[in-house]
Write a protein that binds this ligand. Structure first.
Ligand code: SAM
Length: 212
């Protein structure tokens, strides 16, 4: 693992102690709507025994929502490279239905075509340069031919001050990345032939549903 990645991992180990409180304060109950929106978009209701993977799962909010809504799923896995984030996720996994695995998004320890749904929520911008491309190719590799990869990202905020701060944050990623993250997912078509864009009811998140 590169030095920068080790630094990010340590940052998230520390952030894990107040990550959930920070998200609650920032988004209040919108967070539940947003997670539900992602989980519904997987359309797993007709796939009993589905296999579900959430990468960069953090403290587990999305993958635990999958577990709640899909008691019939046969495998539900969350992966992240931060030990601290995963420790918190495991504490929340009271029903014990989710398996959490520590690892890098750029190298997933799963066979080809092994999941019905793969999600990555509010984390792609965390993956720099090569790592992001590798992670996207890994998601494509592990999804079944009729499965879906769900990539959720922030919308450009409406409130002027927040929008200004958001744009500055995006520009720290470099102008090409900033354009892509503020766009409609067109760049993902270089990897996934089918990309469908939708918007959460709260207007705060957008979802790219990608198929191979
Ligand atoms: C902003 S948090 C999002 C967490 C969660 N998906 C959510 O929606 O609450 C980003 C997460 O990505 C993880 N992460 C960043 N780079 C990673 C990498 N290269 N491999 C695996 N996880 C990574 C961090 O540890 C962190 O938990």
């Amino acid at each position: 693992m590169t030095q920068m990645r080790t630094g990010r991992r340590k940052y998230y180990d520390i952030f894990s102690h107040f990550y959930d409180a920070f998200i609650r304060m920032h988004s209040r109950q919108d967070e539940d709507d947003t997670r539900g929106f992602l989980v519904n978009a997987a359309h797993l209701e007709h796939k009993p025994g589905a296999r579900i993977l959430d990468i960069c799962c953090g403290t587990g909010s999305v993958v635990l929502t999958f577990a709640e809504r899909h008691p019939e799923a046969s495998a539900i896995i969350g992966t992240d490279f931060s030990h601290g984030m995963l420790r918190r996720a495991r504490e929340k996994n009271r029903a014990g239905r989710v398996v959490f695995i520590e690892g890098d998004a750029a190298k997933l320890p799963f066979a080809d075509d092994s999941f019905d749904a793969v999600s990555c929520s509010h984390a792609l911008y965390e993956l720099k340069g090569e790592t992001r491309q590798k992670a996207l190719h890994e998601m494509k590799r592990v999804i079944k031919p009729d499965g879906v990869v769900l990539l959720m990202e922030h919308e450009v905020p409406q409130k002027p001050l927040i929008r200004f701060l958001f744009r500055i944050r995006m520009l720290t990623l470099g102008s090409k990345d900033a354009r892509e993250f503020m766009g409609d997912g067109e760049h993902l078509k270089k990897i996934f032939p089918h990309v469908e864009l939708s918007h959460s009811r709260t207007g705060k998140s957008k979802l790219m549903s990608c198929r191979k």
